[in-house]
Design a protein around this ligand. Structure first.
Ligand SMILES: Nc1ncnc2c1ncn2[C@@H]1O[C@H](COP(=O)(O)OP(=O)(O)OP(=O)(O)O)[C@@H](O)[C@H]1O
Ligand SMILES: [Mg+2]
Length: 259
């Protein structure tokens, strides 16, 4: 048995079948079939408006599919959105914090909202340390830099001990050092905390550094999914995400013209 065959014997953490979302007459997610396995860092790629965020919202039960279905940890987000939300962390494109509260207070607030058991103060300290904000724990978040806010966003996602996390453009607006820190943190999560990660981004070179597999979305259609190695072999291009991406997009354009 090959590794790929072995992997498919494990139940996926996330699975979608023909998942579709329409807004009016526009189909923004079109019959999406995704399978993401435990411990993966799945790079969800596609240009602006491809349907990445819409897909994540459907997986979270925050947006209802027009057709098809999804399972997250075996749970249907349409039927049991709270059950999904209790196990899934979501770092949104733009997250808000209470500027007057400190980092520790913001996290404690989230912990209380999520009804974490008593003793969550330790959990708050643990995640603050993990994201490198221990020294700034008692500083008002209104005084945080963009990179610090981004790290706090990740801490907020982790404080409720999720099994899966969705990170929507987590490196947006970060400087090169901030990007490195964020990517290092993301890489550690499956190993140290047993997490499965979906990383949505259009920054190919960043995704290529951390992703175990990628899915390429264009106008709601999944053009390809697989490891960079397997996609490169399939497309007969160098083992490089930029080359793979270009290959699939050219293919998509040719199809469009011939219709
Ligand atoms: N609430 C909404 N009502 C109508 N159209 C929407 C809504 N949300 C998203 N769309 C449309 O759906 C399409 C996909 O949007 P989505 O936000 O999922 O893209 P994305 O891949 O996350 O893009 P980006 O990289 O810019 O974040 C876009 O054409 C967008 O205009
Ligand atoms: Mg988006």
């Amino acid at each position: 048995m090959t590794l790929a065959e072995a992997a498919t014997e494990v139940a996926p953490v996330i699975e979608t079948r023909e998942l579709t979302r329409r807004y009016g007459r526009e189909t923004v997610v079109d019959k999406l079939n995704l399978a993401i396995y435990p411990g993966e860092i799945f790079g969800f790629l596609g240009p602006n408006g491809a349907g990445k965020t819409t897909t994540l919202l459907m997986l979270l039960g925050l947006s209802v599919p027009s057709a098809g279905e999804a399972r997250v940890l075996g749970v249907d987000p349409v039927q049991e959105p709270l059950k999904v939300k209790s196990q899934v962390g979501y770092l949104a494109e733009n997250m808000g914090f209470y500027g007057d509260l400190t980092a520790r207070e913001n996290l404690s607030f989230v912990a209380e909202l999520n009804k974490l058991p008593p003793g969550f103060a330790r959990k708050v300290d643990e995640v603050l340390e993990l994201v490198g904000l221990k020294a700034a724990a008692d500083k008002p978040v209104g005084e945080f830099s963009r990179g610090m806010r981004q790290r706090l966003g990740l801490a907020e996602v982790l404080v409720k001990d999720p099994k899966v996390i969705f990170l929507d453009e987590p490196t947006l607006g970060l400087d090169p050092e901030g990007i490195n820190t964020m990517l290092d943190l993301i890489t550690r999560l499956p190993v140290e905390r047993g997490l499965t990660v979906i990383l949505s981004s259009h920054l190919l070179h960043l995704v290529a550094r951390v992703a175990t597999r990628v899915g390429i979305l264009q106008k709601g259609v999944l053009l390809a999914q697989g490891s960079i190695k397997s996609l490169a072999e399939e497309a007969q291009v160098p083992e490089d995400l930029e080359a793979i991406y270009k290959h699939y997009f050219q293919g998509a354009r040719i199809e469009e013209v011939s219709v």
